[in-house]
Design a protein around this ligand. Sequence first.
Ligand code: NCD
Ligand code: ZN
Length: 352
Amino acid sequence: MTQTLTLRRPDDWHLHLRDGAVLEAVLPETARDFARAIIMPNLVPPVVTGKDATAYRDRILAALPEGSDFTPLMTLYLTEDTDPADVVTAHQSGLITAVKLYPAGATTNSASGVRNMDKVRPVLESMADHGVPLCMHGEVTDADIDIFDREAVFIDRVLDPLRRALPELKVIMEHITTAQAVGYVKAANKNLAATITTHHLVINRNHLLVGGIRPHYYCLPVAKREEHRQALRAFATSGDKRVFLGTDSAPHVDATKETGCGCAGCFTATNTLSILAHVFEDEGALDQLEAFASLNGAAYYGLHPNAAKITLTRHPDPVSYPEKITCPAGPITVFDPGFPLYWRASGPPSSG
Ligand code: NCD
Ligand code: ZN
């Protein structure tokens, strides 16, 4: 008997689409399975103002495959010069869904990010007053903090003081990678949630470094020890409403990853749902996949879940995905989970 699993259509609460040729190449990979996604604003130059977000949204809509009803949920890149009034207007008009905080230098294209949290206090206060959610890249960037500790230190030095100062601010700690973050989110009030990526449920730091360096497993926050991956898997599959999918699918053409100083980012849009079904099945929690991928994020952002449904089918033999996506800018390697996949979304989404 063929096993199937029907879910409300999922959303991706953290996605990099880039621009130009890469946008055109990767957008169909997400739009095929997902109804909506929070679009990261770390373009070069970044999406800083409402005007920038309008223009970027229009470029995304223009790049959508014919007939797609995918909705990009736009964000603004928080800088020390961000105008609180522009943020509130963009949110109230429905143009943006959230604002993104990158500590300066934390990750790909974060040079315009925040150096001094005091400088952004007025805009964060205004966001708290007007219900604008803050998405955070939760890593400190101090040179003396070991890269594997940067998330845990961020909680103590930045996130906890911020939440005490502005308890009404709705925060999403994105792409969490540590047991410390899991514990912190679980202990918090209703104004903190977390996203977890597909790849952090699959790889630990050994996958990245043992037997040779694997540039396509390098992302930020960097994968941690196995005990942390286990904590992420337990949290993601628990049904807890404060955790949901943000793939952080982050395309980089191969030439910029397979080099002496490679970019951070794993490209998972193509096979994310197959991998997630595999992970949830492994954990004996297929019944929680819908909460993680389709329900919890929408509820946290105050949006309706999607009415349309998607059916995943478990095939008797492994299903295959392309190793790379082709793009005029160069090939983009699809994340390899390192095990065969059996689940695949089948057919077009059905409504109702
Ligand atoms: C992201 C990117 O490439 O834009 N890279 C990554 O490793 N996740 C940026 C980010 O989300 O940190
Ligand atoms: Zn990201």
